[in-house]
Design a protein around this ligand. Structure first.
Ligand SMILES: [Zn+2]
Ligand SMILES: [Zn+2]
Length: 363
């Protein structure tokens, strides 16, 4: 039996042959980072390796001075005899699965992933391997996502109805990833689009990477009239709910974009008018399809509904186990927990408290 290419250590997922970690939750010497969400990319490590499109968000979040080496998808580096390459995970900009090859063994660590293409990053690509390390955030049979076109049509229809009634449409979603997916799918012909101060820096990172997003304005933009604000789609992080920042929009309809919106109780807890079922993670059929496509006989599950997924995999005759990781405290719980602060957002500057451009003072 060849030795395991990746094992669990108190610091994170560890490759003993290469002496490096993948998405460690404690500071280490060397690590590979799957993506820049804060539960997977943490401060304090000596050397980081990540996809080129993660560079902007990683430096903004972990510090401009980090030692960062970047790779394109499919590019291979060899480190102590281990061949390392990154492959699209379809989760957020720059998200990658990490493929390790050594001594005839291939292991792939997925990080977070999603199967359906969303136009904001290259879609998930299955990578053949002997052992696949997977997330299972939505690893329950109830989780099945609507198709992208259906979801985008729902959001546009909601905005259209509100705009016609002279009501702003405030849509809450995670600032890194979710907000840009919403933007990518909306019909900018309906009205102006306002982005919260925690969202706009991320939009800039996506645009710089070549992702076409419709024009967005800051709420304080002097060109926005009172009438504009009443027809606007407002993209804001969940933490903006109930803050004075919203006052300028007056009477408005609100909605939340998250995979958890599939569960009625989650929407009720949010207290919003609408819930749009939009997730950056694979749904139950997606997880099964992705795992099957790797051809792996051994599966290790890192976070989410790990026990349910492991039981299902064992029933399929696969060798499955759990690695107890510290992932899922950020993007997934940001979705799940209304009280989650927005401080984890890359490059997030808190939106300044009410300013002179409040509705009354607007031209
Ligand atoms: Zn993530
Ligand atoms: Zn995660």
């Amino acid at each position: 039996m060849p030795a395991d290419l990746i094992v669990l250590r108190p610091q994170g997922l560890y490759c003993p042959v290469g002496d490096f970690y993948i998405d460690p939750w404690r500071p280490v010497d060397r690590c590979v980072i799957t993506h820049a969400h804060s539960d997977h990319a943490r401060r304090g490590s000596g050397h980081y390796l990540a996809h080129t499109d993660s560079a902007g968000t990683l430096r903004a979040r972990l510090g401009e001075g980090i030692a960062l080496q970047t790779l394109a998808y499919g590019e291979v580096v060899e480190h102590q005899g281990v061949r390392i390459s990154l492959h699209p995970a379809g989760h957020v900009l720059g998200s990658a699965q990490v493929r390790l090859e050594h001594g005839g063994q291939v292991w792939v660590a997925s990080g977070d992933y999603k199967l359906e293409a969303d136009g904001t990053c290259p879609p998930f690509e299955p990578v053949r391997c002997h052992t696949f390390i997977t997330e299972s955030t939505f690893g329950l049979p109830i989780y099945r996502w609507p198709a992208r076109a259906e979801l985008e049509a729902e959001i546009n229809a909601w905005w259209q109805v509100n705009a016609a009634a002279g009501r702003a449409s405030v849509l809450y979603g995670y600032a890194f990833g979710k907000a840009q997916r919403v933007l990518r799918g909306v019909d900018a012909g309906i009205g102006p689009i306002v982005a919260h101060g925690a969202v706009e820096p991320l939009n800039a990172v996506y645009r710089a990477a070549g992702v076409p997003l419709p024009p967005t304005l800051r709420a304080t933009d002097p060109s926005l009239t009172k009438t504009d604000l009443k027809r606007a789609l407002v993209i804001a992080p969940p933490s903006a709910a109930g803050t004075p920042w919203l006052k300028r929009f007056g009477e408005h309809s609100d909605a939340f974009a998250s995979g958890w919106m599939l569960v009625r109780g989650a929407r009720r807890r949010r207290g919003v008018d609408r819930g749009f079922v939009m997730s950056d993670h694979a749904d139950w059929p997606g997880l099964q399809r992705a795992i099957g496509a790797t051809g792996a006989e051994r599966i290790i599950v890192t976070h989410g509904s790990t026990e349910v997924m492991v039981r299902w995999l064992c029933e399929q005759g696969l060798d499955a186990q759990v690695f107890a990781t510290e992932y899922g405290q950020d993007d997934a719980t940001e979705d799940a927990d209304a009280a989650a602060p927005d401080t984890a957002t890359p490059a997030a500057a808190p939106e300044p408290t009410p300013d002179p451009a409040a509705p009354e003072a607007a031209p």
